[in-house]
Structure formats: C-alpha cells, structure tokens
Design a protein around this ligand. Structure first.
Ligand code: GDG
Length: 492
C-alpha cells in the first residue's frame, strides 16, 4: 500500500493530536497505521527571501515525515488574510457583504499554492495518495498536475459551499472551479453542499453530470460526494481528568462554545436568550447562558467588530436583567482547556449551537457525546449547520428567527426526561456511527478506489438528494407555536 500525503494550511502536531481534537485525531491515527507525509505551512512568517524557498524543513515522528515551509509577510497578507480569510471564508459562508475583493490577493494566493506544489513535487512517489485540506489550497492539485503529477489527488472542504449565485460573485470563480476540476475526488460536508457545487459547476463553469454521477468540467472528470466530519467519541469523553460533575439542581446552564467568528451567530444567540428572559420572568435567577468564545483571526477587522458587538450586547442584557446575586450571561473570551469541555457540556441543561452557516459544527456532536444517558441535556441546533443534515432529532431552529430560538430554549428547559432520552438515543447513535475515523476511512477508500478503477458509486441524482436533504431539515424544524411538534408536510 502506498503512502498517504496530507496537505493542509497548518500542520498539526501529531504527537499532541488528542489535545487538538477533531480531525487532527483521525488524521494522526491514519498516519500512525500507514507510512505518510504531512505537508504545509509551519506557522512562521519570515522575510521576503522565504518566497524563494522550495525545500521544506523535514522532521520525522515515527513513520510520518513532517515537511513544512514558512510564508513571507507579503504572502501571509495576500494568501492567508487577504484571499483565504477575507474572500473565501466570508463568501463560502454566504457573507458577500463582508468579503473584500482586493486586487493582488488572488495572485498571491495562487503563487503560494504554486510554491507549495513545487516544494511537494520532489517528495512524491508514484504510488502515493494525496489528500489536500480546505479552502486555502484549492489550486494545489492543478499546480501539481502542471508539474506532471498523475497520482490520485483528493480535496476535502471543511466549510460550506454557497448557492451558485453567491459563488458566481467571486471574480476568480472560474479559476477556482478549474482548480477543483484537477482533483479526482472533492469531498464536502453535506449533500446540500454537493448540490450547491454541482449546480454552480453546471451553470457557472459549463460542467456536465456524467452517467456514473461524476462531473466533467475543464476537460477532466471528478467525483463530488459528501463525507460528514465526525468526532472521536471515546477519545473526547475519555480525556476528562476527573469524574465529570452531573448537573446541579438550582441554576440551569445553557452552554455555547464557538470561536468568536461572525458565522457563528453569537449576537442572535444572545438576543434570543434576552427575548426568552423577557418573555419568561419566572426563569430569571434560575438559568444562565455560559458562552465560551475563544479569539481567532484578530487581525481581520470583521472579527474586531463582532467582538465589540458581543461585549456591548452581553453588557446591556446583564445590565437589564441581572441581580446582585445572578448574572444571566457569562461571556468568556478565552479558550477553555479541552479536557474541561466534557465537564462543562455534561453539566449544562441545554447546548445552544446556532451558527448562521457552518460546514459541520463539531461542538454539536461533542455536546451530545458528553451527556449522561440517564439524564441527558437537550441540543438546540441551527438548521444552517452542516450537522443538521444528520442530527435531525435535535431541536432544529432558524438562527435568524429570534422568537423561534427563544421558544426552543423554553421547550428544551422543560422537556420531560423520557423525551430527552429519546432525542439523545437517536442522536448519539448517529454520532458514534459516523465518527471521525469513519470519515477519514471512507474518504481515503473512495479516493483510492477512484485511483485504481476510475469509478466511484456516487448518487446518480445529486441535485435531487440535496433537495430532499433540505426538505427533511425543514420538516424537522421546531414549530414556533407548537414546541417540538414537527410541521406536518403539506397534504398536496
Ligand atoms: C471548521 C468548520 C467544521 C472551541 N472552543 C474551544 C475549543 N473548541 C473546539 C471545539 C471543536 C472545535 O474547536 C471547533 O470546531 P467546529 O466544527 O465547531 O468549528 P470550526 O473551528 O469553525 O471548524 C466547521 C470543522 O472545521 C471540521 O471540519 O465542523 O464547520 O468551520 O472541537 O471543541 N477547544 C478548546 N477550548 C475552547 O475554548 N480546547
């Protein structure tokens, strides 16, 4: 069996993968069981001379080779901040209003991908399988193909794909599509993402769906399929340092854990909690919202704006409802140690996960995994998180609908034990089945199969599958007036 070559913007420290959590665990696990190489940026910003470097620093951990390169500050500004974080991240999360289409950044983005390809190329062997991660590196396969690389190359996008009309707003959308077409397999989080990408490729890049379900575009054929990212359930729950505390009677806690990002819907979440307190005076003094929101990408101005907005909002809500012995919102703008998250999740009555848009959202899965099966808490989940496609037994809400979220908070706090257990049983089952190891295995098996036989069983009618997924989420949504009752499908 050939080696696995992982490529990502940052290379995780595989000796500390368990603490990093999420997919670092699965990727490190794959590299443990098979010879491999992990290639990417080393996190350092050097001077201009580093733009000429195409010989990576090499180190070894067991049978894994780690190969990394620095970025110059000009590259960091154009490739990372300018294009990846100020264009691709907002547009793919359907925030055209925040995107900054400034000239020069795309060229820098391409140049870094080209330099990465030049540095990776001499390290490759003919039977390697290459797996590239995320939006920073869309053009990498095309740059490798230009250098003559014929190996199977797969790409996994961790963030959502926007509807075609939004994708089309990116000035360089066709260059990005051409880049995607250089992969053999493009993996996305959900069926809805697959539908969006195929829609775009047909309308914006004149792609065709072939009989076997693959897509032909720019004279290449690629398979596009969904591989929902999962968590390492046992690893996550098992890492707690002490016996987890169960919930204490008295004050019920609602927990939110989100990087402080404008996609995570934090102001809407705070407003919904405020609306809930305004409408349910009997709950004042009996419930708190604890929001852990570690800082990220602080050099990007939109992140400073969201931070200011949240600080103002939490201050005004606490000022309006708080008492000397009760503060309604605990807002923590710091990272919590990973092993304490299990404890915090488990002792919280409600998990409030309401992003405006999210590729998957692992916090939703971690919250359920941490629950006590005999007395589980309730997950409230945005219909716009990729996780909603799998976790339909959560209380599914529209994060733009403040009243609906306020109602869902009340429903969750008052849900009887039996109903909570029913929801939990069905959710934990799916989370255990589609865990992080299954995600990693199924993607690599699909890619290697494509490499060997050139075919892969993908849904023949991906657009139909996407439509069905959307309809199922709408059916699962909490109805604002009738609590957890599902909306009955229209009889006609
Ligand atoms: C991207 C996509 C997709 C958060 N706060 C703390 C902390 N975390 C951990 C959580 C969770 C992870 O970070 C966050 O993962 P998410 O999936 O929720 O979101 P993104 O960071 O936006 O990740 C996303 C994911 O990639 C994987 O494909 O699901 O849609 O946007 O594991 O627990 N960990 C610690 N302290 C914190 O304060 N230790």
């Amino acid at each position: 069996m050939g080696r696995i070559i992982l490529v990502s913007n940052r290379v995780a420290d595989i000796s500390k993968a368990a603490q990093a959590g999420g997919m670092a665990v699965a990727l490190a696990d794959t590299l443990r069981s098979r010879e491999g190489l992990w290639f990417g940026w080393n996190g350092r910003i050097s001077d201009r001379r580093s733009e000429q470097i195409t010989t990576p620093d090499i180190s070894h951990i067991n049978n894994t080779t780690i190969a990394t390169l620095p970025l110059s500050s000009r590259e960091h500004e154009g490739y990372y901040t300018g294009y990846s974080n100020n264009v691709l991240w907002p547009v793919f999360h359907a925030r055209l209003d925040i995107a900054q289409f400034e000239s020069g950044h795309f060229e820098r983005y391409l140049a870094v991908n080209r330099r990465f390809a030049q540095a990776l190329h001499p390290l490759l062997k003919p039977d390697d399988t290459i797996w590239v991660h995320d939006y920073h590196l869309i053009p990498l396969a095309l740059e490798l193909r230009k250098l003559g690389v014929k190996n199977p190359i797969g790409f996994f996008l961790h963030i959502p794909v926007p509807p075609a009309q939004i994708f089309l707003a990116i000035p360089e959308h066709r260059e990005l599509a051409r880049g995607l077409a250089a992969y053999d397999l493009v993996g996305l989080q959900t069926k809805i993402d697959v539908g969006n990408l195929i829609d775009y490729l047909q309308d914006g890049a004149f792609g065709q769906i072939l009989k076997d379900g693959r897509i032909r575009a720019f004279d290449r054929e690629m398979a596009i399929a969904s591989f929902p990212v999962g968590i390492d359930v046992e690893g996550f729950v098992g890492q707690r340092a002490r016996q987890t505390r169960d919930r204490s009677p008295g004050i019920a806690r609602i927990i939110g854990v989100d990087r402080l990002d404008y996609t995570k819907g934090l102001p809407q979440k705070f407003r919904a909690f405020s609306r809930f307190l305004a409408q349910n005076a009997d709950y004042r003094g009996k419930v708190v919202l604890s929001q852990i929101a570690p800082p990220t990408r602080e050099s990007v101005s939109a992140y400073a704006d969201i931070r200011n907005e949240l600080e103002t909002l939490s201050g005004s809500i606490n000022g309006r409802f708080g008492e000397l012995d009760w503060v309604p919102i605990h807002y923590i703008h710091r990272s919590a140690p990973r092993r304490t998250l299990v404890d915090i999740y488990r002792s919280s009555r409600v998990g409030l996960v309401t992003p405006l848009r999210d590729g998957m959202n692992l916090v939703a899965k971690e919250y359920i995994a941490a629950q006590n099966p005999h007395d589980p808490g309730v997950l409230i989940l945005s219909r716009f998180a990729g996780a909603a496609e799998q976790l339909k037994d959560a209380l599914i809400v529209n994060p733009y609908d403040i009243d609906e979220m306020a109602t869902a908070i009340k429903t969750a706090l008052e849900m009887p034990l039996e109903e909570r257990q029913e929801h939990y049983d069905s959710l934990i089952d799916g989370i255990k089945r589609q865990d992080t190891f299954m995600w990693c295995r199924s993607f690599l098996q699909a890619l290697e199969r494509l490499g060997r036989r050139g075919t892969l069983a993908v849904p023949r009618q991906p657009l139909e599958a996407a439509r069905k997924a959307l309809q199922e989420i709408e059916l699962a949504r909490v109805h604002p007036r009738v609590g957890t009752n599902r909306i009955a499908p229209d009889p006609i």
